[in-house]
Write a protein that binds this ligand. Structure first.
Ligand SMILES: *Cc1c(COP(=O)(O)O)cnc(C)c1O
Length: 343
């Protein structure tokens, strides 16, 4: 018997904006250990004005989703990868790591407690989940915080492309989002603060977002806004950049497996020179929010380079998207260990 509460939400118009749901998970780290953690209804954090998260950017986050299957059950997609990546982010900025099994358990608790907010199968909408670790406590010197909060909250979000997937254009920026051996590979807020201005300038010029080149030489393609890049070559290779300043996307890692094992393509992780993007017949940006954003064109030095088409999604991009989304919603059986049922 399904005892879920119901909510009155128009799933077709929710978009991607904050909405307070009923419960979030909260755990405190103090005196060398995490406490037991609990669900709470309060969505406000009460922290010291001297918290390192506020002054020195000592914080990191994750982004993941819960999906409603056709049979009504709810599932997560590779939550262990998010948990491990968050530990990696913590190590880079000297924060206390949250254990992987407890991370997954906390996410499941939050999803279960807010199950009535998980959109119905077939709407394309999902429950977006935001885990977060912040440095808190009394401190003013530049040093790691004496205390931490790990929290997980969630909200229903609509499909990124309301009218179906459509190609969009990007422009190469002169700004960097991260330094060569800086924090680019950690999912920390500072990288996002650094991206706000380049993003705004790209939008003012009529583009969806900007493309970052490698910060050392500005010759190689790195990230597409807050998503990873991939290109499909004429001879059917899936190519994606390799760099220590790219945030390792779980969507991209998954796409490389699907390209190899489901679409029988060759996969290359290597340098992609911005002068050589002619080799690609299709290109896309990938990340949890939109899954795949087909790239119509990239403007570089005043010239727009068009890939497959400005209006139509390329066939390989479409196949990769359909396969991944099929796995995420439970319609297609994915590789072992990718799906974690919430209940
Ligand atoms: C989160 C993020 C991505 C996408 O990662 P996914 O795990 O696929 O959601 C890509 N680039 C940046 C900079 C990110 O922060």
């Amino acid at each position: 018997m399904n005892m879920e509460k119901s909510v009155n939400i128009d799933w077709s118009t929710i978009g991607f904006s904050y909405r307070k749901t009923d419960y979030r998970y909260l755990s405190y780290w103090k005196d060398g250990k995490w406490d037991d953690g609990k669900l709470t209804e309060d969505n406000m954090l009460h922290i010291s004005e001297s918290s390192t998260a506020l002054h020195y950017g000592q914080q990191c986050f994750e982004g993941m989703k819960a999906y409603r299957r056709k049979d009504g059950r709810i599932q997560l997609f590779r939550p262990d990868r998010n948990a491990a990546r968050m530990q990696n982010s913590c190590r880079r900025i000297l924060m206390s790591e949250f254990p992987i099994d407890r991370f997954i358990e906390a996410v499941k608790k939050v999803v279960k407690a807010n199950a009535h907010y998980v959109p119905p199968y077939g709407t394309g909408a999902t429950l977006y989940i935001r885990p977060l670790i912040i440095g808190i406590g009394d401190n003013i010197g530049v040093r790691p915080a004496p205390e931490y909060i790990f929290t997980v909250f969630c909200m229903p979000v609509g499909p990124y492309f309301k009218g179906g997937m459509a190609p969009i254009n990007f422009i190469v920026t002169d700004y960097d989002r991260a330094a060569p051996f800086g924090t680019g590979a950690a999912k920390v807020g500072g990288n996002y603060a650094a991206s706000l201005l380049p993003h705004e300038e790209a939008v003012k010029k009529g583009f969806a977002d900007c493309i970052y080149l490698d910060p050392a030489t500005h010759t190689k393609l790195e990230e597409v806004g807050a998503a990873n890049f991939f290109g499909i070559t004429k001879d059917n290779k899936f190519v994606t950049p390799d760099s220590p300043s790219i945030l390792p996307s779980i969507t991209r890692e998954s796409l490389t497996v699907l390209a190899k094992d489901f679409l029988d393509m060759k996969v290359e992780e290597r340098d992609i020179y911005i002068d050589e993007i002619d080799e690609f017949v299709e290109a896309g940006a990938c990340g949890t929010a939109a899954v795949i954003t087909p790239i119509g064109g990239i403007e570089y030095k005043g010239k727009l380079h068009v890939f497959h088409s400005q209006t139509e999604v390329g066939p390989i991009t479409k196949k990769l998207y359909d396969t991944l989304v099929g796995i995420q919603f439970g319609d297609i059986e994915g590789p072992e260990g990718w799906i974690d049922l919430v209940e």
